[in-house]
Design a protein around this ligand. Sequence first.
Ligand SMILES: [Zn+2]
Length: 193
Amino acid sequence: MANVLNEVLSANAAYAAKFGPKADLALPPARRFAILTCMDARLDPAKFAGLSEGDAHVIRNAGGRASDDAIRSLVISYKLLGTREWFIIHHTNCGMEFFTDALMRDLLAHSLETAELTPQGFRDVGKGPGSAEAQFIDWLTISDAAQAVVDDVTRVRRHPLVPKGIPIYGYIYDVKTGKLVEIDRATQAGRAS
Ligand SMILES: [Zn+2]
């Protein structure tokens, strides 16, 4: 852990040393768009979507799901900071496809240690106690990757705090090629009117 801490702090020192004109960036995103995507470590939205500091909002959570909190951020993104187009980008091989609410609740009820991923799925190997608190969280897992994009775009589109004029595009990022693949049904569902 100390290694990671030192690595991050030394990387940051090097970044800050060349910070220069970024000090003058405006608060609202210059290119007026937002991306909601997964926290997966293989995805780097700045690289796969060509972003520089100050360009766009990037909202991330497990799965890139349209949770209440993701919608909170999107509403702030347009209402206070002027974004006008949104992307919802899930990806292939997402960890959210490999468990269910019931499994997650069971794993956490057993222990708070990291579970093991076996060919048969996640298995708890930790020492207890765990906690029953996991029952009260909707883990927003994914059973059909394309349908999850459609569902998330549809939920945001229909939300009463989201204006009809913001187009919402639905994509899946392919972790084997780096390409964004459009989910037509999602983009259709997210069309502006
Ligand atoms: Zn993911």
